[in-house]
Design a protein around this ligand. Sequence first.
Ligand SMILES: N[C@@H](CCC(=O)N[C@@H](CS)C(=O)NCC(=O)O)C(=O)O
Length: 211
Amino acid sequence: MDLYFSPLACSLATRIALYESGTPANYIRVDRLSKKVEDGSDYYAVNPMGQVPMLRTDSGEQLTETSAILQYVADLDEDAGLAPKSGLDRYRLQQWLNFITTELHKAVFYPLFSPDSNDGAKAFALQIADKRFDYADKYLSGRAFLLDRFTVADAYLTTVLGWTRAVGIDLDRWPALKAYASRMRARPAVARALAEEYPLYEAQAAGQGTA
Ligand SMILES: N[C@@H](CCC(=O)N[C@@H](CS)C(=O)NCC(=O)O)C(=O)O
């Protein structure tokens, strides 16, 4: 299995999920702006959207979209408990994956990081961020995880919260979210993923952003 990733981008969530379940994979780095794969080839030839993550399964199927990839990885090893198997709990997981991907990742962070963005788009993203962070903060007050245990939704939320400082969003305003992020970063799989990707991120051209 191959995971195409860029350092500290949303693909980090899949790396965390793979480490949490102990599932082996090859990690193939993509430069987020030049769209070059680490072997110098053109990433658009692999994924016409030019985005990470992209997972190539052992049978050669290519899967995109973080929420789908995370559920695929979780289902590879049900014993790891990274996703509820069925029923309302599974829909609850999808509720959070969709919230993170649409309301946080794309609505807030994409305009803040994209080199094609502009000041108006950035101001609007910051304006709508508060309501979304308020909602997640209130939900996580008194809860350890998004569901009743660590799931792939936590891997994704942890990844997204890791971008706040780079865009000037101060998590001090949301104590439950701040405490949650710091608890998640202390998990061995998360700490390992961050320790491996951070130096790669630093080596990338400065100021590229992530989302
Ligand atoms: N809808 C995709 C979005 C993936 C995405 O936005 N990836 C970012 C990194 S976090 C990316 O590759 N950005 C570069 C670009 O859009 O050109 C998903 O949910 O996986």
